[in-house]
Design a protein around this ligand. Structure first.
Ligand SMILES: Cc1ncc(C[n+]2csc(CCOP(=O)(O)OP(=O)(O)O)c2C)c(N)n1
Ligand SMILES: [Mg+2]
Length: 577
């Protein structure tokens, strides 16, 4: 008979988290989960107080995206639980593996106006992959294992583990050997599946026979940890790679086969899509931004769609062929089949490859003036150019949900394959920049983490700078200071005309001063010639965040990376406003 452990439900949860080798946890306590917190202290788990539960989820989301390990966060019942909603919706839509522990009311008193009580599971249910409620204390090991299994399998996602107060506080004699985990479920993806053999054969012949194939990569490439595979595949067969914001890094942006961002904003990719004779959509849901409101993919061009979720097929485009499988496993199989059918057809595409890298070169030359502009206020293109010039190969750029992500998606250049760009495109909430930087920096000690946020997004999560200081995390937060809810102001400018702005101005704020008051370094940058030195100072700091308050244009006619297709027609030359 196995040894018995007489412990609380809260401690059993903590022991199961330890068994899953969870790294960092973020949360805010309440009475219900106190036994879990006490066990986390005694077991020396890396648990950190966050100031807003939404930010706990954002931090866990970035942690997962950078580390590949499922993020863990927790909240108390009621307002703690409901504060999780926006973050969980992000993780759900983005396919981020995560377990969210949530306290709930004592079952002896539920629905008697218990303090903070709400129908929280009904609120959380639509924004998570699954909700597991613990009704029997002895089932804690089984249900925590189940939570990690669901979170890391198929398309990964967040799972809520709901624990009533009486379960968390009760003591039970557990079998000591109940506290184990399966190695598969400690990382995502837990398992890899492949399309049918006949579908792989057909895909191989379609790709081998195409003169101008083009890969359109989404965030699924990174969820599958498949960037190196995509890059090797593209190089072997001479297939250019365009990407969404989440898919940036599917291939190094510096690679000659990189065609850059496609969709609402694009360098050369949208033109390549128009001329392609076979589009290979890889781990991409083909949503609104990727398809420029569903008008980007030409009706007659055959599409091969590869995704782990079969329900994504035929949602916004009708593929000629559906490949239902994991990106990494499928590309590996496909590589063998194409090679077997056609040898290495990359030589036949020499002209096509040269055309793509020449088009990218021509694009660079056409925007060179913007990239190196000495104007003040500072141009966004110049700022992005300086980030590209200074961030090391293994650096990470986090981007907030506003147009920071669009500018970053369009102009940031990763120097190697992999998730070097971490935007929150699942839900595109503003307020991700600071908690995203916390999660990324905690997941990647020793790597430079830069986060690009608007002033509005910064205001939303400012309290988490205290969290970062307390944790001793070093990252660079660039506040794009335009004293405005800029994206909104720019759209108002486009749609209603100059001067027709409503509720889109922010107060002039010096974020360098704000940062210093919170114990961070703060540097205000008004002259583009000072950006590099400020970035180097920030990179050199190893024990706290450095905030660069970068003063950019207040002119709403010049805020967007291009003309937003929802508000006006895109004209040639509009790519960088
Ligand atoms: C939670 C949330 N509310 C509203 C929006 C709509 N929105 C998109 S961009 C934007 C402007 C945000 O301002 P700021 O963070 O300063 O970025 P800027 O566009 O000025 O660079 C807003 C409000 C959103 N994305 N998320
Ligand atoms: Mg702003």
């Amino acid at each position: 008979m196995s040894e018995k452990l007489e412990i609380t439900g809260g401690e059993a949860i903590a022991r199961m988290f330890a068994a899953h080798e969870v790294g960092l946890m973020f949360g805010m306590g309440g009475f219900q989960l106190l036994p879990f917190y006490d066990a986390a202290r005694r077991l020396k788990l890396n648990h950190n107080l966050i100031n807003d539960e939404r930010c706990a989820v954002f931090a866990a989301d970035a942690y997962t995206k950078v580390s590949g390990r499922p993020g863990v966060c927790d909240a108390t019942l009621g307002p703690g639980a409901t504060n999780l909603v926006t973050g969980l919706a992000e993780a759900y839509n983005a396919g981020t593996a995560m377990v969210a522990l949530v306290g709930d009311s004592h079952r002896m008193h539920s629905w008697k106006n218990m303090t903070q009580e709400a129908r929280q599971l009904e609120v959380l249910r639509p924004v998570v992959k699954d909700v597991l409620r613990v009704e029997k204390i002895e089932r804690i090991p089984e249900l925590v294992r189940r939570a990690f299994a669901i979170a890391t399998s198929g398309r990964p996602g967040p799972v809520v583990l709901d624990v009533p107060e009486d379960i968390a506080h009760e003591v039970h004699a557990f079998d000591a050997d109940a506290f184990y985990s399966s190695a598969n479920y400690r990382r995502a993806p837990a398992l890899r599946c492949r399309p049918a053999s006949s579908d792989l054969e057909q895909a191989a012949s379609m790709l081998a026979g195409a003169a101008r194939p083009l890969m359109l990569c989404g965030g699924g490439v990174h969820i599958s940890d498949a960037a190196d595979t995509v890059q090797a595949f593209a190089r072997r067969f001479g297939i250019p790679v365009a990407h969404t914001m989440s898919g940036k890094g599917a291939i190094a942006c510096s690679d000659p086969l990189n065609a850059g961002l496609f969709g609402r904003y694009s360098r050369i990719a949208n033109e390549l899509i128009a001329k392609s004779d076979c589009l290979f959509v890889v781990g991409c849901k083909l949503g609104e931004v990727a398809t420029r409101r569903y008008d980007l993919l030409p009706a007659g061009t055959p599409i091969i769609h590869l995704d782990i979720v079969a329900e994504e097929f035929d949602r916004t485009a009708t593929p000629a062929l559906r490949l239902w499988g994991d990106v990494q496993a499928t590309l590996q199989d496909l590589e063998e089949r194409i090679a077997a059918q056609a040898g290495a057809p990359s030589a036949a595409r020499e002209d096509y490859r040269a055309e793509v890298s020449q088009a990218m070169q021509a694009w660079r030359e056409s925007v060179q003036g913007k990239l190196t502009a000495a104007e003040t206020p500072i141009g966004m293109a110049r700022l992005m150019h300086e980030i590209n010039a200074t961030l090391p190969e293994d650096g990470i750029l986090v981007a907030d949900g506003g147009f920071a992500a669009h500018w970053g998606g369009l102009l940031f250049d990763t120097k190697r394959a992999g998730r070097g760009f971490v935007p929150d495109r699942g839900f595109a909430s503003i307020g991700y920049g600071i908690p995203g930087a916390i999660g990324a920096a905690a997941a990647a000690p020793g790597r430079q983490v830069v986060s690009l946020t608007g002033d509005g997004g910064c205001n939303m999560s400012l309290g988490e700078l205290e969290t970062a200081v307390r944790m001793g995390l070093a990252f660079t937060l660039i506040v794009v200071n335009n004293a405005a809810s800029g994206y909104i102001k720019a759209l108002q400018h486009l749609m209603y005309g100059s001067g027709s702005y409503q509720s889109s101005d922010l107060a002039e704020t010096n974020y360098a001063n704000v940062a210093r008051a919170l114990g961070c370094n703060g540097i205000r940058v008004e002259d583009p010639a000072d950006i590099q030195a400020a970035l180097q100072t920030a990179y050199a700091c190893k024990d706290r965040p450095t905030i660069l308050d970068v003063v950019v244009t207040r002119d709403p006619a010049h805020m967007l990376p291009g003309v937003d297709s929802r508000a006006a027609k895109i004209k040639p030359g509009d790519r960088i406003a």
